[in-house]
Design a protein around this ligand. Structure first.
Ligand code: ZN
Length: 340
């Protein structure tokens, strides 16, 4: 119990890409870049194992951005036709590429990366991929006309991909859906259905990461506007609990999400964010344990997986490493406490 994992992304080493950026420029190209990505993934794999992370991942070292890293390989998107769009319900405006034709996946995207990771670890292996709603909130649509239709098209493309990732050795497939807390009505109407369609047929564990975003300036300001208690999940947790997704990853460290809301997920594994991802101080093992102890009031220990609040891509490398270590130490405290 209390098996540890991370939400997904980790900082790129400074020799691989510009550090502490969400859209970093690579420092190599061609075959050199491919080798450098594998080297970085291997560094982070071993750092996770050494830190005591049980369910490991590639830290998204193979992709520049958590959404576009997948979309770059998808046909039907015009990358030169940039449309300004207020994404995550106008939290920030980004010039996004535009879907101009039916989307399709001409060849496998991440399977080789999973095979590489599988060959280098005996730990359980997780792979993260953007969910259909978040993809649709990161692209402009000039073809489908309805967001729900575009989401279903992406769900089919994702499903082809994740079935291969499972076959390549992934033990957990996690869909990242940070858009879920902004579009409650759409989540109900088509978001969960699109997510389930993306995960259809998988026999491995499936997870969804929902969150209030990376610890970057625009998000920190937005979070300050949400008041003292964030209850957006109250509406979507019962829907997620009724879904076929096995695990829900959410932020609980220093969060305004009342942890009691997890009581609405009685049938799911819970990836409890027990370290924050805003730049700043490192939690103590006692603080991590305290967050997990709070979760334990609403869920039994077997369903609790200590995790980071969100991806750590924008953090300094040393800070991300320190946070992984303290996460594992806090989980260790709780294992001892339960055994006592
Ligand atoms: Zn997140």
């Amino acid at each position: 119990m209390f098996h540890t994992t991370i939400a997904g992304s980790l900082p790129k080493p400074a020799w691989l890409a510009e550090p502490e950026k969400l859209w970093p420029r690579w420092k190599f190209s061609g075959a050199e870049l491919e080798q450098a990505k594998r080297d970085a993934a291997l560094v982070w794999l071993k750092e996770q194992e050494s830190a005591g992370i049980d369910i490991v991942c590639d830290g998204e070292q193979f992709r520049g951005h958590f959404v576009h890293g997948f979309l770059e390989h998808i046909d039907g998107i015009d990358w030169d036709l940039k449309t300004p769009m207020g994404i995550r319900d106008n939290r920030y405006t980004v010039d996004v590429p535009t879907v101009t034709a039916p989307v399709s996946r001409p060849r496998p995207v991440h399977a080789e990366e999973v095979r590489f990771m599988r060959a280098h670890t005996r730990n359980a292996l997780k792979f993260t991929i953007p969910g259909p709603m978040t993809i649709c909130d990161t692209l402009a649509d000039a073809h489908y006309g309805r967001r729900a239709d575009m989401a279903m098209a992406f769900a089919d493309v994702l499903n082809q991909e994740v079935r291969e990732l499972e076959a390549a050795g992934a033990d957990v497939i996690q869909f990242d859906e940070p858009a879920f807390n902004v579009f409650g009505k759409d989540v109900r109407e088509w978001g969960i259905a699109a997510l389930e369609r993306a995960a259809a047929g998988l026999k491995c564990k499936t997870a969804v990461h929902i969150c209030y975003g990376y610890g970057i300036e625009a998000n920190i300001r937005w979070k300050e506007s949400l008041g003292t208690e964030w209850r957006q999940y109250e509406e979507i947790f019962p829907l997620l609990n009724a879904s076929r997704i096995d695990q829900v990853s959410l932020e609980c460290a220093g969060s305004h999400v009342p942890i009691s809301l997890i009581a609405a997920l009685p049938d799911k594994d819970l990836l409890i964010g027990a370290v924050a991802v805003a730049p700043g101080r490192i939690e103590t093992p006692a603080e991590v344990a305290a967050t997990l102890r709070e979760a334990l009031k609403h869920a039994d220990a077997g369903r609790i997986f200590p995790c980071t609040n969100c991806g750590m891509a924008p953090l300094p490398r040393a800070l991300a490493l320190a946070k992984m270590k303290v996460l594992a130490e806090g989980a260790f405290v709780m294992r001892k406490e339960i055994a006592a």
